[in-house]
Design a protein around this ligand. Structure first.
Ligand code: TPP
Ligand code: DXP
Ligand code: MG
Length: 596
């Protein structure tokens, strides 16, 4: 915070916001914006969405009595201002770091925070539940849900609307309409919102569903907002307050950002970039090349065309790329429809957001052996976004789908190859998973046995086998090199196709006394467990030791630190080997000498 700030340092909670004179509020908004720009441009985070709700957050904390009243932030990526007004303005510098301020609401941080889950479209369901509970307890506590126009395209939101509209509970939905998710929000809903904004609507969807509708209100007009919220407080029954904001408001660079209004800004790099391409970009460019040869290949995104790498494909083949809004379940089921008509859909959804559509993967795609290829970016550990963004369950989930084939590329070369293999497979569903960030340096193969790549020279007699999936191959090879330097002979293989477990892989496992599997997925139901069960069923006596992520929710931090803490870096892998198999004093000694 800069020294000349007069008001923000005095804000230690909503009472201090209420105590300000109306004439002081513009200055508070100005100071908040300055602090957001200063800090978030350094830490990285959701600058645009938070700049868009500065006035709205101030007005909400003057109109309602949090935490007695519940203010719920849908997706939660726009809750930095709420945090600054509820006693955490001096913590913004630690945003999205280990032990620092979470990038989303956090009950550990404050009793003003309610929903920690950063998956969109859930706020109205929480509002419905909270309002029912307060009514049952006879408590007059207000429930206010702030939901974006993008999040309102999610199916869960309409399940809640169906319930809320039929009730007499005083729930206030503040619709934060900035017309965008990352890009302009797609579908019939934004069209209706536009008609509500310009007065050309012939009917009002919200009123038809039983809500009082207030607005549209300028979301940057502090006085008008406070008047509107006062009217909303007086509403009996469910009410929608339609607030019109600008994502990135008050920061020219954000408002001029044609891509996504600085929906997210990257943290100032702590180390020079490797210069290697990002996984996402490799995927995006290869899909265009595939699309040139395969007219049946179409792409589906859930409001994340650019972040998932589908922008090039959608620009090259605009009629073969579908943005369905923040609607992952619809994305997958509609892909099942596309496949039923003879196309090969490529559904690109971040791993964590695919969790929501598991039933559609299982029953709409798997049950029909539909030739759909799922591209799961941000698999494994993501890092700064915290617990509801890591993609650490996809191997476990997808392993449950009969007929599903799951690939995990170890580098850019394998990503291109495996994407082609996946899209070339039309007898059922396929999935390909890769992490966030830049690809590692290429990890070559010494030999290929079936679908399995052997990554290290095969010693004459190796007792120990490392089976490394995807991005875990590079650290596994590094660990093997370390161990070999201390007389431990070890073979490293990359299955490439994580599922189904290939007979060739089982044969390789059978050739070794111990096999340590390495995966950036949760251990329960993961690759290691499945390989172990397959080996046992095949009568193989090799001891399989899964190394992966313990069950749990992983707090925000750097991806590297989280992987190291889980023992998924070269030293950790070598230590696991040493612990389970090789009490080699020299190895232990050298591990201690490793940095980090
Ligand atoms: C289920 C789910 N899918 C995708 C995302 C990724 N995501 C985060 S914010 C966002 C756009 C949200 O748009 P909106 O609700 O309008 O909020 P705004 O950013 O405009 O304030 C998306 C798609 C998510 N958090 N959850
Ligand atoms: C809030 C949200 O879900 C997204 O904006 C997410 O934070 C993006 O993650 P990446 O920065 O990894 O694309
Ligand atoms: Mg929006």
């Amino acid at each position: 915070m800069t020294a000349d700030m007069a008001l923000l340092p005095r804000i230690n909670g909503p009472d201090d916001v209420k105590a300000l004179a109306q004439s002081q509020l513009p200055l508070l908004a100005k100071e908040i914006r300055a602090e957001l720009i200063d800090k978030v441009c350094a830490t990285g985070g959701h600058l645009g969405p938070n700049l868009g709700v500065v006035e709205l957050s101030i007005a909400l904390h003057r109109a309602f009595d949090s935490p007695r009243d519940s203010i719920i932030w849908d997706t939660g990526h726009q809750a930095y201002v709420h945090k600054m007004l509820t006693g955490r303005h001096d913590c913004l510098g630690s945003l999205r770091t280990a032990g620092g301020l979470s990038g989303y609401p956090s009950r550990r941080e404050s009793n003003h925070d309610i929903v920690e889950n950063s998956h969109a479209s859930t706020s109205l369901a929480y509002a419905d539940g909270l309002a029912k509970a307060y009514q049952l307890a006879g408590q007059r506590r207000r429930v206010v849900a702030v939901i974006g126009d993008g999040a309102l395209t999610g199916g869960m939101a309409w399940e809640a609307m169906n319930n809320l509209g039929a009730c007499d509970r005083d729930v206030i939905i503040v619709l934060n309409d900035n017309g965008r998710s990352y890009e302009p929000t797609v579908g019939a809903l934004p069209k209706h919102l536009s008609q509500l904004r310009d007065g050309t609507a012939t009917s009002n969807l919200f009123e038809v569903l039983g809500f009082s509708y207030l607005g549209p209100t300028d979301g940057h007009d502090l006085k008008g907002l406070q008047r509107a919220l006062t009217r909303a407080r007086r509403c009996k029954g469910p009410c929608v307050l339609h607030v019109v904001t600008r994502k990135g408001a008050g920061y020219r660079a954000a408002e001029a950002d044609v891509d996504d209004r600085m929906h997210t800004v990257s943290a100032r790099p702590v180390r020079p970039a490797s210069g290697r391409p990002k996984w996402t970009h490799i995927f995006g460019s290869e899909l265009v090349a595939i699309g040139e040869d395969r007219a049946d290949v179409v792409a589906v995104t859930a409001a994340m065309r650019r972040p998932t790498g589908l922008l090039p494909f959608s620009e090259r083949f605009p009629h073969r790329a579908y943005d369905v809004g923040i609607a992952e379940q619809h994305a997958v089921a509609s892909a099942a429809g596309l496949a039923a008509a003879g196309l090969h859909p490529v559904v690109a959804i971040y791993s964590t957001f695919m969790n929501r559509a598991f039933d559609q993967v299982l029953m709409d795609v798997g049950l029909h052996s539909a030739p759909v290829t799922f591209v799961l970016d941000r698999s494994g550990v993501t890092g700064p976004d915290g617990p509801s963004h890591h993609g650490i369950w996809d191997i476990s989930l997808f392993s449950l789908v009969p007929g599903m084939r799951v690939a995990a590329p170890r580098d850019a070369v394998r990503l291109r190859d495996l994407l082609r293999e996946a899209i070339g497979y039309d007898a059922g569903p396929t999935a390909i998973r890769f992490p966030t960030g830049e690809c590692p340096a290429p990890v070559g193969a010494r030999a290929r046995i079936g679908t399995v790549d052997v990554l290290t020279p095969r010693p004459t007699r190796a007792d120990l086998l490392l089976v490394a999936t995807g991005a875990m191959a590079a650290p596994a090879v590094a660990a093997a090199n370390l161990m070999r330097a201390h007389g431990v002979s070890v073979t490293v293989v990359d299955p490439r196709w994580v599922f189904p477990i290939s007979p060739e892989l089982l044969n390789i496992v059978a050739d070794h006394r111990v096999a340590v599997t390495v995966e950036d997925n949760a251990l329960p139901g993961g690759f290691g467990e499945t390989l172990s069960h397959s080996a046992q069923r095949a009568g193989i006596t090799t001891r399989v030791v899964p190394l992966g992520l313990e069950p749990g929710y992983i707090a925000a931090g750097s991806r590297e630190d989280i992987l190291a803490a889980a023992g998924l870096d070269p030293r950790g892998i070598a230590e696991t080997v040493q612990a389970v198999h090789w009490p080699s004093p020299s190895l232990v000694g050298s591990l201690r000498s490793l940095p980090g």
